[in-house]
Design a protein around this ligand. Structure first.
Ligand code: GAF
Length: 369
């Protein structure tokens, strides 16, 4: 991300926060479960200038005009992610100084790569820096999640803000979404001749927030019926399924419980040092999202099928679903061939051509200057 794209410097503080992909563990975070995301090289960069008067003015590359808001104003649209962070920090008792903020980003938007979490985390870092407040990185994801849940109104879990804040170069972040315990799991694919190819399906997102909320509600209702605090606590899957009358709810529960186990198995395989082993787990995760959680769309299923047919060790959709990106684990020297196979399958199906790029785990929220 080129910081030079920031307009009208100088700034008192400049921070960057990345987007993320999730290697495995989808829709498990709000079930108190496990996730294994990593931070992307693609970042949102925020430059901030302290101002003496109260209130905030924010501009963002790609959006016309500046948005100005005061402490008690409700902001809508893209700037809600900024105002939400101000709100969450003030709710937590922090004295947030007035500021002028400029945002630039190369995190693709609408692709399920957490461009909104990247904004939240970078804005928070700048505001805390301007205020001279030393709030530990470990507690920031919860604050950013609060901004998204309670101010913006999206009922998301804590994965995206955690990956954007706590990601480390060369590592995937194993996060227990209940205890918030983390482990940085080495994920150096190049050493094994492998690569993660990201394919943006370009499928138009439709009804994402409503469908996401419906999945979450179904999980919470199931947990109530099963008399557990969260689906994370289901230890006997068959016994749990036998206690649920609703077939759709049974499928949702099966996805969450089996997905949690796949995260644990993936972490074990990576600790043992053989990344190829995680391929079948990725593909099983995709099948579970497609058949049980029902959050895939034809474009992402086509990417997965074409990538596997072209020799990928595993492939799965990443993120909330209903479009977005697919990750394929491939031999590093097969990236072009797999991408070509996906492009051909898309052309045959009449889909909008996809984007594809190779990613490696990058650094979470960091100060630029
Ligand atoms: C979205 C949400 F923001 C995350 O919290 C997570 O639930 C994810 O979808 C699905 O795993 O990215």
């Amino acid at each position: 991300m080129s910081v030079e794209r920031l307009p009208d410097g100088p700034y008192d503080s400049v921070w960057a926060s990345p987007g993320r992909v999730n290697l495995i563990g989808e829709h498990t975070d709000y079930n108190d479960g496990f996730v294994l995301p990593f931070a992307l090289p693609h970042c949102t960069v925020v430059g901030g200038r302290r101002r003496d008067a109260p209130g905030w003015t924010v501009t963002s590359e790609g959006y016309e005009g500046a948005v100005t808001f005061g402490p008690d104003e409700k902001v809508e649209g893209w700037a809600a992610y900024v105002a939400g962070v101000v709100w969450a920090l003030r709710e937590a008792g922090h004295d947030v100084p007035g500021a002028e903020l400029s945002i630039v980003s190369d995190v693709p938007t609408g692709a399920g790569l957490s461009s909104s979490a990247a904004i939240e985390c970078a804005v928070m870092a700048v505001l805390l820096d301007l205020a001279g407040l030393d709030v530990p990185m470990a507690v920031r994801p919860r604050l950013a999640q609060r901004a998204e849940n309670e101010y913006v109104g999206a009922p998301t879990g804590i994965m995206d803000q955690s990956a954007s804040t706590l990601g480390r170069t060369g590592h995937a972040l194993f996060l227990d979404c209940r205890s918030l315990a983390t482990e940085q799991v080495p994920f150096d694919l190049a050493a094994q001749g492998l690569a993660i190819l990201v394919v943006d399906s370009k499928a138009p997102h439709a009804h994402v927030t409503g469908e996401y909320a419906a999945r979450r509600r179904s999980c919470e209702e199931a947990a109530k019926i099963l008399d557990v605090a969260a689906l994370r606590d289901v230890t006997d899957l068959d016994g749990a399924l036998a206690r649920l009358d609703d077939e759709v709810m049974r499928r949702r529960v099966r996805h969450v419980v089996t997905e949690n186990q796949r995260v644990l198995d993936t972490v074990d395989a990576l600790r043992a040092g053989d990344a190829r082993e995680i391929g079948p787990l990725m593909t099983a995760s995709h099948e579970s999202m497609r058949d049980d959680y029902e959050i895939t769309v034809p474009q992402v299923d086509t990417v997965v099928d074409a990538a596997l047919a072209a020799g990928a060790y595993g492939a799965r959709m990443t993120g909330g679903g209903f479009g977005g990106c697919v990750l394929a684990l491939v031999d590093a020297d097969r990236c072009d061939a797999v991408e070509a196979a996906v492009r051909e399958a898309f052309a045959d199906a009449g889909f909008t051509p996809p984007d594809a790029f190779v990613v490696t785990p990058a650094e979470g929220t960091h100060k630029i200057r």
